[in-house]
Ligand binder design. Structure first.
Ligand SMILES: NC(=O)c1ccc[n+]([C@@H]2O[C@H](COP(=O)([O-])OP(=O)(O)OC[C@H]3O[C@@H](n4cnc5c(N)ncnc54)[C@H](OP(=O)(O)O)[C@@H]3O)[C@@H](O)[C@H]2O)c1
Length: 325
């Protein structure tokens, strides 16, 4: 039996149930991982609440990101062995002391990356990689808008866009978060609870607006975010922290300046093993050379996953949150 946090019915953080579950031997193509840390992500709340359907039915073990040590290898696995240190992003199963994992989704960790760092960055950091290098290529001198700049994805995105030479503009929910975003590469911060972020983006860019806007907030920042983007610029809607963006008339993109809009997910960008490894290695490089730091600002015991979700949804966290055994 192993400790795990399961969801038996959709609902708020109170449905996260810490319990003992059976773990079979790893099956074909799987490895068993003794977990050292699991990442806490907004997507975990979408599965918990039912916005995203569970691919494995009910009940399910929550969590989509983790890191640990391979302790057993199933049939058909040739490139991983007992003792390897791995990190991963995979649909569900991460909030557990031990788990089985498809070996082709595991990435070997360089010795310079700790388990805690890996659990705080495999999902968020690989997401930032594809956002700034694949969905839209951020280049020197560009104006880049980052919503929720002090969040898990936000702090990594600010640092990486800054490293690429962009002028980074971030929205945040408090003065403390503004200070933190600035310490992590954000050049201009906007307190969007009290300031009109469209007016402020116009002001700090001298009316030029942004080449790209990265929006993980969704409902409450749409469609205003479109007014922050230059003609022919890109609107990247990559999450729904305030709820999903409602259906809209595509003609709005023409009216706002022939904008491009996309709703990407890491699952698509990292679907092929070669892409997964390329994205992960790119992330390991920028973390390894110190250009991007992974601020793991909240650490909870696995049994306190409920509190971790309450804090994340209550906008009380900054940077990454992890669960440890
Ligand atoms: N598409 C992908 O591949 C992908 C991958 C990873 C993450 N994501 C998305 O990226 C976003 C950020 O994820 P994360 O895990 O790093 O979370 P996070 O940014 O650490 O937390 C969410 C932040 O959103 C802001 N927010 C604004 N309105 C909110 C509301 N009504 N309720 C809660 N928070 C609100 C809060 O910051 P302020 O207080 O500063 O406003 C909060 O701290 C999420 O939408 C997530 O789904 C997408």
């Amino acid at each position: 039996m192993v400790a795990a946090v399961r969801v038996h019915k959709h609902g708020g953080p109170e449905v996260l149930t810490y319990e003992q579950i059976e773990l079979p031997a790893p099956g074909q193509g799987q490895v068993r991982v003794k977990q050292h840390a699991a990442g806490v992500n907004f997507i975990d709340t979408y599965f918990r609440g039912g916005l995203y359907p569970s691919p494995v039915g009910m009940p399910f073990v929550a969590g989509n990101e983790g890191a640990g040590e391979v302790t057993a290898v199933g049939p058909g696995v040739s490139d991983l062995k007992v003792g390897d240190r791995v990190g991963y992003v995979v649909g569900l199963g991460a909030y557990a002391d031990e788990r089985n994992l498809a070996a082709d989704r595991a990435v070997k960790l360089p010795s310079s990356i700790s388990y805690e760092q890996a659990a705080g960055m495999m999902l968020k950091g690989m997401t930032v990689e594809y956002l700034v290098k694949r969905t839209f290529k951020v280049e020197k001198g560009m104006n880049v808008l980052v919503h929720a700049a002090a969040g898990g994805v936000g702090l990594i995105l600010c640092q990486w866009a800054n490293y690429l030479g962009a002028n980074v503009i971030g929205t945040v929910g408090s003065k403390e978060k503004a200070d933190l975003a600035k310490a992590n590469g954000c050049h201009h911060t906007i307190l969007y609870s009290t300031e009109n972020f469209v007016d402020r983006v116009k002001q700090v860019t001298n009316g030029a607006l942004c080449e790209v806007a990265y929006d993980g907030i969704g409902k409450t920042t749409f469609p205003a975010t479109l007014d922050c983007i230059k003609p022919l610029g890109m609107f990247v809607s990559f999450g729904s922290a305030s709820g999903p963006v409602s259906a809209f008339d595509i003609n709005i993109l023409q009216q706002k300046g022939s904008l491009f809009a996309t709703r990407p997910t890491l699952n698509t960008y990292a679907a092929k093993r070669a892409d997964l490894l390329a994205i992960a290695n790119d992330l390991f490089d920028v973390v390894g050379n110190g250009k991007v730091k992974i601020p793991v600002n909240q650490t909870y015991k696995l049994k306190d996953a409920r509190k971790a979700h309450e804090d994340l949804e209550g906008r009380k966290t900054t940077g990454s949150s992890i669960l440890v055994p």
